[in-house]
Design a protein around this ligand. Structure first.
Ligand code: NAG
Ligand code: NAG
Ligand code: NAG
Ligand code: NAG
Ligand code: NAG
Length: 505
C-alpha cells in the first residue's frame, strides 16, 4: 500500500517509562516534507521551555495529503488518510491538512459528536473555515487570510483618502482569491476599483504591448499589484509599466501586495529575462509594499537557519514562509495542553475537541515571528506592514504604517466576541512626510481636462476675437471721425469771426 509507504511514525521524545505517562497520538496530514521537520523543531523547543507536562508523551503519525496538488494521489486522499488514522491508529488530535479542499472535510469530521477532537490548521486559508457552527473544534495559526488582508488594504486606502484605485491580478489561485476578497471590500467602502487581470505566465513585453495597460492609465493612478504571493511575481508588470514611462514620481503610486518572501529580500534581486539589475531596480524604486508582518525575507531566512541548525534540514522547495505558522500551531496546542492539565488534572481532557477549542481561542502568545493573536473564532489575526522602497543607495525598506492585531484590555470575548480584537493602525514620521500624488490627476486620467490642443484652439479663437474686436472698434471710430469731418455743418475754428455786435457769422 502506498499509504503505508508514505506513513512515517516517530516519537518526538525519548519515552522514559519511569512513571505512567499518557501518550498523545497526533495525526498530521502534511504536504511539504518540511512540515515534519518544523513540527519536531517546535516540539523540542517547547519541551526545553517546560511547556509539556510530565504526564504526557507525544507521538506523531504523519500521512501525505493535499491530493489536489499531486496528480499521483487520488482525490481528497488526505481525508481518507485522516479517517484511517482516527480509526486504525486511534489518533486523538489532528494537525492539517494544509490544503483547504481537505481541511473543509476533515474539519467537519473532527467536529462530529462521535469524534469531537481538536484540529489545528496552519495553512488552510479558506474563509468558510471561520464558520464555527460547522468547524467547532478547529483553530488556525495561518496568516494567509484573504479577509484580513482585504481589511488591511481597505484601511490603507481609506486612510489615504483614495476614491479610485486599480487592482492588477493574475489567473493564479492566490491572486484570484486575494482579488475576490479585496475588490468587494474596497467597493463596499465606496472606492471604485479598475481591474486588470493578466496570465501569470505573461512576459513584460506582452504586458507592455497590451491594451489593458493603456486602459489602466486611463483609469487609475493608485495601482495595487498581486500576481502571486511572492513580491517578485510583480516583475512583468513593473517592468512593463517602467518601459511605458509610468513612473512613481510624480504620477503613479504602485503598491505590491505580498503575502510571503521566500526568494529574495528585494523584488528586483531575481534575474528576470536578461533584464539588467539596475533597470529592474529603477522600475521598483519609490514603489510600496503591503505585506504580512513576519513573512518578510529577513524573518524567513532566520527561520530557515534555525531549521537547519535544529534538524539539519535544508528545505529543497524553499517554501519556508508557508511553514512558519506550523511552528506557532505546535506552540498553541502545547500551551493549551499545559493549561488544561493545570486546571483540571484530567489526563484525557486533551482529546476533547470542544474543551480544547475553548483553551485555544482568545489567546495571545509568543510565536516564532512575534505575538500571535487568536480571536474568538479560533483564527489567527495577521498583522500587516505598509513599507516604501525608497530611492536611496542602500534601498532599505521604510515602514510607513503598521496594521497590528491587538486585544483590548479588559474586553471580555464571551460578551464582545471579535470586537475585542480591533486593528491598531499606527503611522510613522516617514508616512507623515509623504505627499501623495492625487488618485485622480488634476488634468484627468487622459489629460482631457488640460488638453493643450484645446488650449491652442480656444486661445487662438479668443485672441482672434480680441484682435477682431479691436480692429472693428478702431475702424468704427475712424469712420465716425471721418464722418464728422464730412458733416455739412462742420465749421473750421479759424473761419469763425467775432463781430462787434457779438453775433457770430
Ligand atoms: C505550564 O503549566 C504550569 C502549571 O501547571 C506552569 O507553572 C508553567 O509555567 C507552564 N509552562 C509554560 C511554559 O507556560
Ligand atoms: C505525490 O505523491 C507521491 C506519493 O504517491 C509522493 O511520492 C510524491 O512525493 C508526491 N509529490 C509531491 C510533489 O508532493
Ligand atoms: C521569482 O524568484 C524565483 C526564485 O528566484 C524565480 O524562480 C521566479 O521565476 C521569479 N519570478 C519572476 C516573475 O521573476
Ligand atoms: C476527563 O475528560 C474526559 C474527556 O473530556 C471526560 O470524558 C472525563 O469524564 C473527564 N474525567 C473527569 C474525572 O472529569
Ligand atoms: C498601538 O500601537 C502603538 C505603536 O506601536 C502602541 O504604542 C500602542 O500601545 C498600541 N495600542 C494598542 C491598543 O495596542
Amino acid at each position: 500500500m502506498r499509504s503505508n509507504l508514505c506513513a512515517a511514525i516517530f516519537f518526538l521524545s525519548q519515552v522514559v517509562l519511569t512513571t505512567q505517562t499518557t501518550v498523545i497520538k497526533i495525526g498530521h496530514i502534511y504536504y511539504f516534507e518540511a512540515e515534519r521537520a518544523v513540527m519536531q523543531m517546535a516540539y523540542e523547543d517547547m519541551k526545553e521551555q517546560n511547556l509539556l507536562p510530565d504526564v504526557y508523551e507525544i507521538q506523531v503519525i504523519t500521512r501525505m495529503g493535499c491530493a489536489s496538488y499531486n496528480a499521483s494521489l487520488p482525490i481528497i486522499f488526505g481525508v481518507k488518510e485522516a479517517t484511517d488514522l482516527y480509526f486504525k491508529e486511534n489518533v486523538k488530535v489532528f494537525f492539517g491538512s494544509p490544503c483547504s479542499e481537505e481541511a473543509v472535510v476533515i474539519g467537519q469530521m473532527a467536529a462530529t459528536v462521535n469524534w469531537n477532537i481538536p484540529l489545528i490548521g496552519y495553512l488552510a486559508s479558506d474563509d468558510t473555515l471561520t464558520n464555527k457552527a460547522i468547524y467547532s473544534t478547529l483553530v488556525r495559526t495561518g496568516v494567509v487570510s484573504q479577509n484580513f488582508f482585504a481589511q488591511a488594504v481597505t484601511f490603507l486606502v481609506q486612510k489615504n483618502g483614495w476614491k479610485k484605485v486599480a487592482y492588477v491580478g493574475s489567473d493564479a489561485l492566490g491572486s484570484t482569491l486575494n482579488r475576490q476578497a479585496i475588490v468587494p471590500s474596497l467597493t463596499s467602502a465606496g472606492v471604485t476599483v479598475y481591474q486588470m487581470v493578466i496570465p501569470l505566465s505573461s512576459t513584460w513585453q506582452s504586458v507592455a504591448n497590451s491594451k489593458a495597460i493603456v486602459d489602466l492609465k486611463a483609469n487609475a493612478r493608485v495601482v495595487f499589484i498581486m500576481l502571486n504571493s511572492e513580491m517578485n511575481a510583480s516583475v512583468p508588470f513593473m517592468a512593463a509599466a517602467h518601459s511605458l514611462g509610468y513612473t512613481e514620481d510624480p504620477d503613479f503610486i504602485f503598491i505590491i501586495i505580498s503575502s510571503q518572501s521566500n526568494f529574495a529580500s528585494r523584488p528586483w534581486d531575481s534575474n528576470y529575462d536578461g533584464m539588467s539589475y539596475s533597470y529592474l531596480r529603477e522600475a521598483y524604486e519609490g514603489a510600496y509594499i503591503i505585506r504580512v508582518t513576519g513573512q518578510d525575507f529577513a524573518t524567513v531566512k532566520k527561520f530557515r537557519q534555525r531549521l537547519l541548525a535544529s534538524q539539519q534540514y535544508t528545505n529543497p522547495i524553499g517554501n519556508d514562509a508557508q511553514i512558519i505558522p506550523m511552528y506557532d500551531a505546535v506552540v498553541l496546542f502545547l500551551t493549551a495542553l499545559n493549561r488544561s492539565w493545570a486546571d483540571t488534572r484530567n489526563e484525557s481532557l486533551y482529546a476533547n475537541g470542544a474543551v480544547m477549542f475553548d483553551y485555544m481561542k482568545n489567546v495571545v502568545y509568543q510565536g516564532f515571528s512575534g505575538k500571535v493573536f487568536i480571536n474568538n473564532n479560533g483564527d489567527r489575526i495577521p498583522s500587516y506592514e505598509f513599507v516604501l522602497l525608497p530611492k536611496q543607495v542602500d534601498r532599505a525598506y521604510t515602514v510607513l504604517m503598521s496594521i497590528d492585531a491587538t486585544r483590548l484590555n479588559g474586553c471580555d470575548p464571551v460578551a464582545k466576541g471579535n470586537l475585542c480584537y480591533p486593528y491598531n493602525i499606527t503611522v510613522t514620521d516617514d508616512y507623515r512626510s509623504v505627499i501623495w500624488p492625487p488618485d485622480h490627476p488634476i488634468c484627468g486620467y487622459r489629460h482631457e481636462l488640460c488638453d493643450n490642443t484645446l488650449y491652442y484652439v480656444l486661445g487662438g479663437t479668443l485672441m482672434a476675437a480680441a484682435i477682431g474686436i479691436a480692429v472693428i472698434f478702431y475702424a468704427v471710430r475712424k469712420r465716425k471721425q471721418r464722418l464728422i469731418y464730412l458733416m455739412p455743418w462742420q465749421v473750421p475754428l479759424d473761419s469763425i469771426k467775432m463781430l462787434s455786435s457779438g453775433t457770430v457769422v
